[in-house]
Write a protein that binds this ligand. Structure first.
Ligand code: ATP
Ligand code: MG
Length: 603
């Protein structure tokens, strides 16, 4: 075992007094006795809340939409779609049901059979929601692609998925698919959402709206088995080539339950999940969970913009907001005073996912929004939130929180090649010892395979434990603290350094908007800690500031602080908002950049 360093930053954040929710906006406690809930919860009993189809069939689209049709909710808004150019379009639950029925009918007419992969390459617009729901109704598998992908990432994923159907727009088709269509022999049908003015160059595609108009608004949803595949999600590609994680229809049970516990979500909420449905967050919590609970979704077609975001929170009277650390850091760059006219009085609950949430951001959120940001942790592979600062409990800034009822997590002791085994038994880490975060198999939204990569799938398990690839520690109260991805952790002079703690320590300085930390080879220490720093708008990069930041980090962290700092104009992020440390490392060391298909275009 490596000598493990518990830095003062981690300890400092543990000791920071928990933030109490102000009484006026206190989230309604939906889980008042955590320990009891954990003991009593079982997924079998929880399954009783699914609406199910005759014969015990479970279909995500039925759970999300059609289950509401016999209730007054049928006429309630399911989706407010905000156009990038202004204006909004509303679809009720009944509208979504009928449109997705038509979409499913189109797939049938085309002769698409059950289990077929249907890819979407669409921005955030209603067709994306309709296509996903209709695909499930027809018993097919949805594989959402992020609309900003270029031709090569699209080709790679569609080829791996062996997709037979693609739903996309004219512009995406022309630019990204037409040039590579010959390389995708399995792609039989391309459905175009804005085909009204098809050009001669668009032969061999289907006008989706015309086909839907000709289809029936009624459809007998395919009675999918709870264990039938429903989703093929590609991971963010933060650590390498994205993997295709397969999820089943029964995952909807986990989406519902976890959204209630971790997001405090209920019927009637106005819910804004800012993640794109091209990623797992935007599908599990941007589509499935909120609809199945009867909430109203906000879907914004535009990209991130500080002013626009505060306007949306205000104008739409958002009650629950689920976003990501990068977005919060960008809002924080603009200070604590919200733009005039911002009204967050209806906002009851804020949560964050995707990357470690620096304690500094939680503290800022408390001041700026008047309520804390609840961090939670999960992955494409887990399909749903696993660990969270729960709605009914105090937030611990810097911690991911505690496992949800029904989730059994642990920290496994790690040797150089994975979990440490003694006499064939796996060894759990001690309290506060850094190890690999693992989950006991058996929750409904666990991925069932890495598509066409069985060996990679097998390697993700040790006995009954799913190995997350993330390093973390658990404190004496059962809270989990993220240290870093196994690939990102730095070994410096015998210390194990998590980039997150070094980044968070730097972010405590008023000049720092965002930081990305890597290890660079060093003959003496093994690795030295280097930080790439993005400054807030009103600071300039000077030698003096550099020295000040190095000293500032050292005061907080001691020996493991960053020894070198480089100022940058932007940090490389994945499209799902994660700092791509492997790219910083590759560039620093002059190595090949590897798979950068998910890299966000620089501003
Ligand atoms: P790839 O597996 O292709 O490298 P990825 O792991 O970034 O990509 P996702 O499944 O989108 O793909 O992201 C899950 C990962 O994001 C987690 O394993 C973890 O490293 C990070 N993460 C998610 N939420 C949190 C959180 N609250 N705190 C810290 N890290 C988080
Ligand atoms: Mg991953």
């Amino acid at each position: 075992m490596n000598s493990v360093h518990h830095s003062s930053a981690a300890t400092a954040s543990t000791c920071r007094p928990p933030i109490d929710k102000p009484p006026a906006v206190r989230a309604q406690a939906n889980l008042t006795d955590y320990r009891r809930a954990c003991t009593e919860f079982d997924w079998g009993t929880a399954a009783g809340e699914l609406a199910t189809l005759p014969g015990g069939a479970v279909n995500i689209a039925h759970e999300a939409v059609d289950r509401h049709l016999d209730t007054p909710r049928a006429a309630a808004p399911a989706l407010h779609w905000l156009r990038a150019t202004g204006g909004r379009v509303t679809l009720t639950y009944a509208d979504l049901a009928a449109s997705s029925n038509r979409f499913a009918g189109v797939l049938d007419t085309l002769g698409v059979s059950r289990g077929t992969r249907v890819c979407t390459l669409l921005g955030r617009n209603p067709e994306l929601y309709i296509a996903a729901l209709g695909t499930w109704k027809a018993g097919c598998i949805v594989s959402p692609l992020f609309s900003a992908f270029g031709p090569e990432p699209v080709r790679q994923r569609m080829a791996l998925a062996d997709a037979e159907v693609l739903v996309t727009t004219r512009a995406h088709y022309r630019r990204k698919v037409a040039p590579i269509r010959r390389e995708l022999p399995g792609l039989r049908h391309v459905l175009i959402t804005d085909a009204e003015e098809l050009g001669a160059d668009l032969d061999g595609v289907v006008d989706l709206h015309a086909a839907m108009a000709a289809a029936s608004p009624d459809y007998a949803i395919v009675r999918t088995d709870p264990q039938d595949a429903a989703l093929l999600h590609f991971t963010s590609g933060t650590t390498g080539t994205p993997k295709g994680a397969v999820h089943v229809h029964n995952a909807v049970l986990a989406h519902r339950v976890t959204a209630r516990y971790a997001l405090d979500l209920r019927g009637g909420d106005v819910f804004w999940c800012t993640a794109d449905p091209g990623w797992v967050t935007g599908m599990s919590y941007g589509v499935i969970a909120p609809l199945s609970l009867g909430a109203t979704l906000i879907s914004d077609e535009a990209e991130f913009d500080t002013g626009r975001w505060y306007d949306i929170l205000t104008a739409e009277q958002v009650t629950v907001w689920y976003t990501a650390p990068t977005a919060l850091r960008m809002l924080m760059r603009h200070g604590q005073d919200l733009p005039p006219g911002t009204d967050l009085s209806r906002l009851r609950f804020i949560a964050s996912v995707g990357e470690p949430l620096n304690p500094e951001v939680v503290v800022w959120g408390q001041r700026a929004f008047g309520r804390p940001v609840h961090d939670n942790w999960w992955q494409t592979e887990t399909g749903a939130i696993m660990i969270a600062n729960l709605a009914a409990e105090q937030v611990r800034p810097g911690s991911m929180g505690r496992p949800l009822p029904g989730v059994h997590a642990t920290i496994l002791r790690r040797g150089p090649d994975g979990p440490t085994m003694v006499d064939g038994d796996i060894v759990h880490a001690d309290i506060d010892e850094i190890g690999e975060l693992a989950l006991h198999t058996g929750w409904p939204s666990m991925f069932r395979e890495y598509w066409q990569q069985p060996q990679r799938y097998e390697k993700a398990f040790a006995g009954p434990w799913y190995l997350s690839g993330d390093l973390a520690r658990r404190d004496a109260d059962g809270y989990y603290w993220f240290v870093g991805r196994a690939d990102d952790v730095i070994k410096s002079a015998g210390h194990l350094v998590g980039p997150f703690e070094v980044e968070s320590a730097l972010m405590a300085h008023p000049a720092v908007a965002e930081a990305g930390v890597i290890g660079v080879p060093d003959p003496l220490a093994g690795q030295l800690v280097k930080a790439f720093v993005l400054l807030r708008p009103d600071y300039t990069s000077t030698e003096a500031l550099r020295d000040e930041l190095i000293a500032f980090g050292r005061r907080a962290l001691g020996a493991v602080a960053a020894k070198d700092i480089e100022f940058v104009d932007s940090l490389p992020h994945t499209r799902s908002g994660k700092v791509m440390r492997r790219l910083l490392r590759a560039r620093e060391l002059g190595l090949p950049e590897g798979d950068i298909s998910t890299l966000e275009a620089l501003p």
